[in-house]
Structure formats: structure tokens, C-alpha cells
Design a protein around this ligand. Structure first.
Ligand code: GTP
Ligand code: MG
Length: 203
């Protein structure tokens, strides 16, 4: 595989509705999770850009599906969060429909990184999303965000809980921080592994 440069962004495409658009031909990995978990911040860290993906303290910032096409090789995909509050019922219904149609129709989606806020752990709404992914035979891995807010002992506790609850199928579990950049290199390596494995074994 040739070296891939995450700083080389060829194109940014944003959609309020999802179809298998003809310009979406490259394999993609997506970052999903509760609203405000840090999806857009993590994309900025991966792309080494401060504000290419819009970040906000207020949940419900990302309202469309945004494809960041990298080095003519793959796309990173930012999506609206689930469990959003403070938006109109109509907007929430539109965003839920958008997420549903993306996850059930994309033929290029190779992995979903399910982001979990390290401080809050896996919530009921995350479990509902994970069972939706299982039902649709979608492949995912856990990424814990905001690890700068955690002590080493807390990480151990999280891993022990996941182990006990038999949630370790989604390995590796990566702890990340968009503040300290912990885990960013590991996550980049995992993304390239996922994409290149799919190159060798296309579905
Ligand atoms: P929606 O688009 O609304 O679903 O949110 P999102 O998941 O894209 O979250 P976003 O990246 O907008 O970040 C939400 C808030 O969390 C912002 O105030 C960020 O500054 C903060 N945040 C994101 N990542 C980190 C992190 O690694 N550490 C800390 N301490 N704060 C973070
Ligand atoms: Mg966002």
C-alpha cells in the first residue's frame, strides 16, 4: 500500500439526504455516537486541521453527512449525533432518517467507529444503536473520546467493565483525546488497516 497522507484533503462533500451518489466511490469509515461526544473534533484531529469540521459545546452541531475525501484513497465521514436535544421534532426526524438511510444503504462503508464519552461510558442509547448495527450486520469498533478527562485507573475500570459485559468483540478499543492527541496515531493506523484489508478482500 502506498503511504497515505491524512493532511491531503481532496474534497469535502456534505449531504442533507443520502443516496448512493455517483461521486461517492471510495471506501469510507464513519464516526458515529451521541451528540456532543466529540465526532467532529476527532475528525479535525485526524485531519490535523483546527476547524474543518464544525465543533460546538452545544449538542446537535453536525446536521448533515459530511465526507472528507483523503488522498484519493478513502473518506472519513462525519454524521449527526444521536440523542440530540434542543432541536425541533422535524429536524430530529430528518436527521434520524438521514442516519438510517446512510447506514442501511452505503455500499462503501467499511467500518463504523462508535464513539463513547470516556466520562459517561456506554449508555442505553448507545446499546440501542449497537443493536441496530448488529441487526444490519454492520461492522464497528469502539473509540473512547475525551480521554484527557480520565485517570489511568478509570481506563482500567472501563476495560474491565467491557470485558465483563462481553463487549470486547469490537476490538481494538482506542482511547482518544482531541486535546492531547492521545490515540490519534493508533486510530489512523486502524483506519488504514480497515481500508487496506477491504482492498484485498472486497465485499
Ligand atoms: P454533534 O455534531 O453535536 O453531534 O457533536 P460532536 O460529537 O461532533 O462533538 P464536537 O466535536 O462538536 O464536540 C463537542 C464538545 O466536546 C466541544 O465543546 C469540544 O470542544 C469538546 N471535545 C471534543 N473532543 C474533546 C476531547 O478530546 N477532550 C475534551 N476535553 N473535550 C472535547
Ligand atoms: Mg459534530
Amino acid at each position: 500500500m502506498r503511504p497515505i497522507n491524512f493532511n491531503s484533503i481532496d474534497k469535502v462533500l456534505s449531504y442533507a439526504k443520502y443516496e448512493n451518489y455517483k461521486e461517492l466511490i471510495l471506501p469510507e469509515v464513519c464516526f458515529a455516537g451521541r451528540s456532543n461526544v466529540g465526532k467532529s473534533s476527532l475528525i479535525n484531529s485526524l485531519l490535523n486541521r483546527k476547524g474543518i469540521a464544525k465543533v460546538s459545546k452545544t449538542p446537535g452541531q453536525t446536521k448533515t453527512i459530511i465526507f472528507y475525501r483523503i488522498d484519493n484513497f478513502f473518506s472519513l465521514v462525519d454524521v449527526p449525533g444521536y440523542g440530540f436535544a434542543g432541536l425541533s421534532k422535524k429536524k430530529i426526524a430528518e436527521m434520524s432518517e438521514l442516519l438510517h438511510s446512510y447506514f442501511t444503504n452505503s455500499t462503501n462503508l467499511k467500518n463504523i467507529y462508535v464513539l463513547i464519552d470516556s466520562r459517561h461510558g456506554i449508555k442505553k442509547i448507545d446499546l440501542d444503536f449497537l443493536s441496530f448495527l448488529d441487526q444490519n450486520k454492520l461492522v464497528y469498533k469502539y473509540v473512547f473520546t475525551k480521554s484527557d478527562k480520565l485517570k489511568a485507573i478509570d481506563k482500567k475500570k472501563i476495560l474491565n467493565t467491557l470485558h465483563k459485559e462481553n463487549c470486547l468483540s469490537a476490538i481494538p478499543i482506542i482511547f482518544t483525546s482531541s486535546k492531547t492527541k492521545e490515540g490519534i496515531k493508533e486510530l489512523k493506523g486502524n483506519i488504514l488497516k480497515v481500508i487496506s484489508e477491504n482492498e484485498k478482500n472486497p465485499q
